[in-house]
Design a binder for this molecule. Structure first.
Ligand code: XMP
Length: 523
């Protein structure tokens, strides 16, 4: 039996399980499988075979990973997975581990193979069906398989790797030393597709419109006649989660949108306009005074974050106690998405150790049960779902925005004047990026107020005003980031536009620091 927690919002039971031997590799594989139209679920490498069996996947993929199969204590899957009679594809580390566990041998390679290589195919069947005799693939490994287990046969090699691919003579066990999930492997998608469709026979049922229908049906089923509450932040995740809930339970949904006074220009207005169009119980709470007074005189970043977190919960509690008491609320919805869930299950993220991230968790005294409507989706899937739900494109394509809002983008004390300057400058920055069609190329862009005054000259007059830093980064998940290589002409245009339009700033800086060593936000 699948336990009920797992079953809720699993959406479909057809899936490929990706056993995770190294998070980034596993996510990339899962993305590719989903792009091919099949649900992929990432599980820890040591998930018991009995649990995998309960999920009844169509196939299993062992991901690559940073460990060496030759090291003592290196990660191993449950040996019983090989007896489940479910097709398995081992990739890179997964390729070595499969050979080793079934009686073959792994040794240190003479050379490290890193980069593109020509793969010579001996058998163009199974996962290599319809491929050419020679294919360009991408490797990254030091160790290699030196002896195949009994009943296995080599299916491809390279000049320095004899067993670059192998398969079992009569069972559906396949392994490849290279990475089909990276774009440098020219036929990588074809190899994955051969495995998923020809070998696993997985049905192609992971389509975002049917995903939406399934989520709504499951929410309806779970919530029944009870009531549910959600906190809307203005970000994509809570908007999409809220819309799904509205479609599922209509007026049994209570949404609370707290205006912290720390949001971007026009954000409160835009979100409120959108939400008011829908006929659910909406509470827009203007708590900007409370937040500003709690933050008065506070300069320490962690203290700011903690104050904002507490104040948020207090305001939320007050709203529940004053305005929502009469409703039989049983559930509390959160906009958790798939990578959040995988990362927090495996290890708390690096970023969260550096800064106390603010996300709304209500005290247990309310006894609400948590519902996470989009817990199975990646960010771009959430955006596509938003399109299916007819949410405005501008809101869906917005860059991530931190829970503590502009408070962590004003270095030092927060004052109404500083908030005003930052809000205006940030709006000009984003508008210029949009005009230049640069916005969608950037993962996250924003302005930061550095309340340090420097001397300038404007129209023959001396000025003495604040500095503004512009931050624009390229990233995949915010865990690491590179500074965006912005065209210099555009930077110049942005700088003059900000100084021309926003009073209080006479100097604009562009931040060229990567994460690490810096973080994306300033506090
Ligand atoms: P850092 O500054 O840690 O940010 O490099 C990484 C990503 O996380 C966002 N961020 C937050 N998101 N609550 C959030 O939901 C927070 O408290 C928070 N702090 C930072 C940040 O905008 C970036 O995308």
């Amino acid at each position: 039996m699948i336990d009920s927690k797992l079953r809720i919002f699993m959406l479909s039971l057809n899936m490929i399980v990706v056993l995770n031997f190294g998070s980034q590799f596993a996510h990339l594989i899962a993305r590719r499988v989903r792009d091919l139209g099949v649900k992929a679920e990432i599980l820890p490498f040591n998930t018991p075979a009995s649990k995998i069996k309960e999920l009844n996947p169509d196939g299993i993929i062992f991901s690559g990973g940073p460990a060496s199969a030759l090291e003592k204590g290196s990660p191993r899957p449950d040996k019983k997975v090989f007896d489940l009679n479910i097709p398995i594809l081992g990739i890179c580390y997964g390729h070595q581990v499969m050979a080793q566990m079934l009686g073959g041998k792994v040794r240190k390679g003479v050379h490290r193979e890193f980069g593109k290589e020509i793969l010579v195919l001996k058998k163009r069947i199974g996962i290599f069906k319809d491929l050419s005799p020679r294919e360009l693939v991408w490797f990254s490994h030091g160790d290699q398989v030196s002896k195949l287990p009994k009943d296995f046969v080599a299916t491809a090699s390279t000049s320095s790797c004899k067993y670059a691919a192998y398969q079992h003579n009569n069972k559906d066990l396949y392994a490849i030393q290279f990475h089909p999930e990276v774009t440098h492997t020219q036929k990588g998608i074809k190899i994955l597709s051969n495995f998923i469709f020809n070998i696993c026979k997985a049905p192609k049922d992971w389509r975002i419109d049917s995903v939406a229908k399934n989520i709504i049906a499951e929410l309806k089923d779970k919530i029944g006649k009870d009531h549910i509450i959600i906190g809307i932040s203005g970000g994509v995740d809570s908007l999409v989660a809220g819309t799904l809930l509205y479609k599922a339970v209509g007026k049994q949904l209570h949404a609370v949108f707290v205006d912290t006074g720390l949001l971007r220009k026009n954000e409160v207005r835009d979100v409120a306009t959108l939400l008011r169009k829908r006929q659910f119980d909406l509470h827009i709470v203007d708590a900007s005074k409370a937040f500003l007074s709690e933050l008065k005189g506070v300069t320490d970043p962690e203290e700011k974050r903690k104050i904002i977190g507490h104040t948020f919960i207090e305001i939320f509690e007050e709203t529940i106690n004053n305005k929502l008491k009469k409703y039989p609320i049983k559930y509390f919805a959160q906009g958790t998405i798939y990578p959040d869930r995988i990362e927090s299950a495996e290890a708390s993220s690096h970023a969260s150790k550096i800064k106390s991230h603010h996300n709304l968790t209500l005290p247990e005294k309310f006894g609400f049960q948590i519902v996470e409507p989009i817990r199975d989706l990646y960010k771009d899937e959430v955006r596509k779902l938003g399109e299916v739900l007819n949410l405005p494109k501008e809101m869906l394509s917005r860059h991530p925005f931190p829970g503590p809002g502009l408070a962590v983008r004003i270095v030092g004390e927060i004052t109404p004047e500083r908030l005003h300057i930052l809000r205006e400058a940030d709006a000009v920055f984003i508008e210029e990026l949009e005009k230049a069609k640069e916005y969608e190329k950037i993962w996250q862009a924003f302005a930061v107020l550095l309340p340090l005054k420097t001397v300038g000259v404007m129209g023959d007059e001396r000025t003495y005003e604040y500095m503004l830093a512009l931050r624009a980064v390229d990233s995949v998940d915010g865990m690491s980031a590179d500074w965006h290589k912005m065209p210099p002409e555009l930077l110049e245009k942005i700088s003059s536009s900000i100084i021309g339009k926003v009073r209080g700033i006479n100097r604009v800086l562009y931040d060229i620091t990567q994460k690490p060593p810096a973080t994306i936000e300033y506090e």
